[in-house]
Design a protein around this ligand. Sequence first.
Ligand code: ADP
Ligand code: ADP
Ligand code: MG
Length: 710
Amino acid sequence: QWISKPVEELWDSLQKGKSQSLLKKHLTEATYKKLKDKKTTLGGTLAQCISSGALHEGSKVGIYACDPAAYSDPDWKELFNLIIQDYHTGNAAGTVKHPQPSFGTDAEIDSLGDLDPTGQFVVSTRVRVARSHAGMPFPPAAKKEDFEKMEKLGCEGLSTLTGELAGTYYPLRGMDKATQNKMIEDHFLFRADDSVLGDAGGYSCWDTGRGIFHNKDKTFLTWLNEEDHFRFISMQKGGNLGQIYKRLVSAIKHMETKMKFAKMDGLGYLTFCPTNLGTTLRASVHVRVPMLSKDPKVLKDICAKYNLQPRGVHGEHSDSKGGIYDISNRQRLGLTEFQAVTAMKNGVLEIIKEEAKLTWMPKPMPELWERISKSDSQSLMKKFLTPEVYAKLKDKKTSLNGTLAHCINSGCLHLGSKVGIYACDPDAYTTFEDVFNPVIKAYHKVDSINHPVPTFGTEAEMKALENIDPENKMVLSTRIRVARSHKKYPFPPACTSEDFENMEADSVAALSTLTGELAGNYYPLRTMDAKTMEQMIQDHFLFRNDDDVLGDAGGYKYWDIGRGIFHNKDKTFLTWVNEEDHLRLISMQKGGDLGTVYRRLVKAINELEKKLTFAKRDGYGYLTFCPSNLGTTLRASVHMAIPHVSKQPNFKEFCEKYSIQPRGIHGEHSESEGGVFDLSNKRRLGLTEYAAVREMLDGVLAIKKWEEEL
Ligand code: ADP
Ligand code: ADP
Ligand code: MG
C-alpha cells in the first residue's frame, strides 16, 4: 500500500520549488487550506492528488485525481475544473463541455482506411481508450481488496468477448521475467518504471490486481490496473487505421453492456490523470521519419498544426530511436472519438507526404514501362524485358516486398544506361530471373550462369603478379576492390533507415577487429567536416552521392545515414560502408605494384569472412546490388596516362578485345582528365578472382605497349 508524504511537506516543496505546473498555478493557499484535511466521498485526500506534482518539478500538469469523486464533489471540483480547462483549452476560464461519445458510422469508420499502403513509413498503429469502474477509487486511494475486486470484475467482463476479441487473461504476478520483458519490448505490456506515475501512487500494492488480457494475435489487449482501471487497446503492424479502430469500437460497445464505467456530463469518461478525460482516446502510429527527424523543427511544426503529440517509441517520457516516432492526437476532451482519430489520420498523412519528398521511391510501374517501351534505349534491361516478360513480372514481389519498379527505375529514367537494372534485394535475382538471367549472361559474356567457387590463387601465383610499371612512367596508381553484401539485409532501395544503421554497426564491429597493416578507424559521413570530405574525394579515397544513375536506383536512399569510410593509417586499405554496396573492400597505392595491392586485399577478405556472413549464391558468386558486379565482384584498375592510345579511333575496340573497361578518373560515369584513364577488368562473373586480375594485367600491359609504340 502506497502512502503519500504529509500534505504540509508536499505543499512546502511545491512552494519552494521551481515548478511551472498547472497545479502550482491553480492551487492557491486558500484552496489548499480548504482541502488539506478533507476527504472525498470515496476517501481520497489532497496529498494523494498533489504528491507527484510536488515531487517532480518538471511536471506540466502536476495533479492526479485520487478517485472519481474528486471531479464531482463540491469542495474539490473547482480546483480540478480550473486545471482541466487550462490544460484542454489553454484558458482556466474556458468552458469546454465534452460531447456525448460518438464513434462514427460504419461507413465513416471504413473510410479511415490504411494510412500507408506502401508499408514504408508506418511501422504499427494503436488506438487505446481508458475506462474506470464507477464508484471505485483510483490507484492512490485504492486498497489491496479494491484492486482484487476490480481485477475480478474486469476478468468476468472480458471473458464474455467472442470472435476476434476472445482471449485469455495473464496476471502479472507469476508471469516470468523473460515473458514480461519480451512483451514490453514488443510494445504489448506496460511496466512499472515511470517515477512520475509511481509518485502519484499509480503503483500502489503492485502487482496486486495487475495483468493483461489479450486475444491470440495480440491485436486486442486490455491492461488491468496499470495507470487506469482499464486500458482497452487495439493494435497491429502497418497503417490500417480503419480496421484497428473498428475492432476497438466493437470491444468498447460490448464491454459497456457488461459493466458501469465512471462518466460525467461535460467531462466524458473519468480517468486517473485529468489529461485523459473525455474520449480518453489516444490513436498513435509508430512512424518511420528518419529524414524529417534530422531537423526536428519541421516535424514539430506539423504536429503543432494538427495538434499532435510526438513521443519516443517506448511510450511517454521515452526517446525516439532510429528515426521512429510515436505520433498521436493530443486533444481528448471536447471532441468526439471519431474526430480525435481523424485528427491523427490527417496529421500523419501530411507527415508521410513530407518524409516521402526526402526519401527515395520508384515511380509507378505503368509510367516506367511507358517510358522504356517507347524509347530507343539500348540497355540490356530494355532488350530482355519484352512485353511477355513484363506481363509476367510486373505484379510480383520479392520476399522483402521489392518490386520490378524498384529494380528498373534508374534504367527507365536514364535511357543511356548500358545495363539498366539493379537488384533491390538478394531475392530479386530469383523473383525476377526472367529478366536478370539474360542480362547477366549478356553483360558477363557467359552462356550459363555458372560462377566458380572463390579462388584467389596460391602464394606462388600471387607472387607472379608483376609490377605493371617498374619505371614509374605511366601508371599513377593501382586499386582493387571487391563488393560484399550482408546476407541478412536488402540492397539500398529496399532498406529502411534502421537497416542502414544496423549494417553500419555490424560492419564497423567486424572491421575494428583487423590488425597489423589492416588496422584502422571508421569515419561516419555524418560527422565528417566538408573540407576533409572534399580532400578525400579528390584523392580518390572517398565516394560521393552525385551519380544520378545510382541515385535513381535508390542507391542514396536515406543518405547519409549509416554511411562512412574505414581506412588504415596510410589509406592503403579502405572500406566503404553503404555506398553502392553494403561493403566495398579496397586496396590501393601509388604506382603499379599489382601483386602487393592484391595480396593485401586477399588478406582483408579472408579476415572479414571469418566475422561476417555474406550474401552468396551457387553459380552467381557473391551477390551485389548491380548485376554487373556479381561473381567475383572484383574490379582491378590502374590510373594510367595514355594520351596517344586514347585518341586512336580503335581504342574502345582494342579495350573490348581484352575485356578492359576504360573509365574517367573520377569514377564510373566521369570524364578522363589529361589523357589519364581508369582501366579495369570488365568481366567479373564466370572466372576466378585470380583470373580476373590476370585478365586486367594482360590487357593493361598490351595497352601500355601500344602507347609506348606511338
Ligand atoms: P498510453 O499510455 O497512451 O497507452 P504510452 O506512451 O505509455 O501509451 O505507451 C504504451 C506502450 O504502447 C508503449 O510500449 C508504446 O511503445 C506502445 N505503443 C504506443 N503506440 C504504439 C504504436 N502505434 N505501435 C506500437 N506500439 C505502440
Ligand atoms: P568502383 O565503383 O568500382 O569502386 P568507381 O569507378 O566508382 O569505382 O571509382 C571509385 C573511386 O575510386 C573514384 O574516386 C576513382 O577515381 C577511384 N579509383 C578507381 N581506380 C583507381 C586507381 N587505380 N587509382 C586511384 N583511384 C582509383
Ligand atoms: Mg562506383
